[in-house]
Design a protein around this ligand. Structure first.
Ligand SMILES: NC(=O)c1ccc[n+]([C@@H]2O[C@H](COP(=O)([O-])OP(=O)(O)OC[C@H]3O[C@@H](n4cnc5c(N)ncnc54)[C@H](OP(=O)(O)O)[C@@H]3O)[C@@H](O)[C@H]2O)c1
Length: 330
């Protein structure tokens, strides 16, 4: 199959400025944590990537350990880039990767040392067959490594031309404040923060969003659909092929609790009243906060991706709708 990007790919997407930077990101970005590894169907992943780009998704998010097997999502993404994104198309893409979780054995394949971050990014670039990534993240804070060392490694990576921007993921509000200051003092601003955020996981409302806004840092929430819980996927049990049904899925069967599904059912009714799918309402609910740059979704099919993209047709909420959502989530 030959891929030719859609000529009208920039017609329907909204692009938001990332904090106070010069970079704009699509309101919906695609992550390759699940569904793009060596255990998955390569052609399915490839068509999701094509469809995303055709609809204006310019930002693809990876990490060294995405797969399974770890590293295989980067390898597969590299294959798709090589095959289908030829010529100057690389310049239309924002590709991110990360290091911070266990990647290889021994003391240098985990956490936040300079040794780990720099060698891991070198490996990621080889797997993706790229000269540089657009955004490189410290994937999680490392309590045992001085913050100056971890941020110093991010700064060096930018100086070396291996990444254009840097970001933080899973840092608390306090840790973010410190890391952002250190990066500022080095002359490499923090572009973006990637936290977990959804209707079911709201810790960032308690301070992180304020820190990001005060420092001009963008925000890209991950797992905005709570890995599929905030969709119609689990309304009638755990279907075959869903993330919760798979041995390689991070969503555990035990997380699909009757109490949660009760809430999901009520939210689903509300979404229907708004003329949206529950997935669309859950994504719109995140995008209503202007401090959010883009929502970072996952998808196992082109149909899911299209459904999620239609979110952008209605991201406004009335006060009554927001109150009704709060009452359900209580
Ligand atoms: N920084 C970090 O520590 C971190 C951690 C986790 C994730 N991330 C990033 O965030 C990205 C997104 O995370 P996520 O995949 O957990 O996000 P998510 O959007 O919350 O969940 C995606 C899953 O929800 C289901 N889904 C999506 N759209 C649907 C729809 N319209 N209708 C029904 N079901 C739908 C699919 O599950 P099925 O497979 O069941 O179809 C899909 O795989 C990752 O790929 C990764 O890039 C970052």
């Amino acid at each position: 199959m030959q891929y030719t990007p859609a000529a009208d790919r920039y017609n329907s997407m909204t692009y938001n400025r990332c904090g106070k930077s010069g970079l704009q990101l699509p309101a919906v970005s695609l992550g390759l944590w699940h569904n793009f590894g060596s255990v998955d169907n390569f052609e399915n992943g490839r068509s999701i990537i094509h469809n995303a780009f055709d609809k204006g998704i310019t930002h693809f998010d990876l990490a060294n350990n995405y797969g399974p097997l770890p590293g295989s999502a980067e390898e597969n993404f590299g294959r798709v880039l090589k095959q289908d994104f030829t010529g100057h198309l690389r310049d239309e893409l924002i590709i991110s990767t990360k290091a911070g979780y266990t990647m290889w054995p021994g003391p240098y394949g985990d956490w936040g040392s300079r040794k780990y971050l720099i060698s891991s990014l070198d490996q990621s670039l080889r797997r993706m067959q790229l000269e540089y990534v657009d955004i490189f993240y410290s994937h999680r804070p490392d309590p045992a490594t001085p913050i100056e060392e971890t941020m110093g490694a991010l700064h060096s990576i930018v100086q070396q031309g291996k990444a254009l921007y840097v970001g933080l993921s899973n840092y608390t509000a306090e840790q973010t404040k410190v890391a952002v200051e250190v990066l500022k003092s080095l002359g490499t601003p923090c572009l973006i923060h990637q936290p977990k955020y959804s209707m079911f996981e709201r810790w960032i409302e308690g301070g992180l969003l304020d820190v990001l806004e005060a420092n001009g840092v963008g925000c890209i929430p991950f797992s905005p659909l709570a890995q599929g819980l905030l969709t119609d996927r689990y309304l009638n049990g755990i279907p075959a092929g869903s993330r919760a049904s798979k041995p390689t899925g991070f969503l555990q069967e035990g997380e699909v609790t009757p109490e949660r599904i009760e809430k999901v059912k009520k939210l689903n009714v509300l979404a229907q009243q708004r003329g949206q799918s529950l997935a669309q309402m859950a994504l719109a609910w995140i995008l209503k906060d202007k401090r959010i740059t883009t929502v970072l979704i996952g998808a196992s099919s082109v149909a899911q991706l299209d459904n999620n993209l239609d979110t952008l047709k209605n991201t406004a909420f009335t006060k009554e709708e927001l109150d009704a959502i709060e009452a359900i989530l209580k």
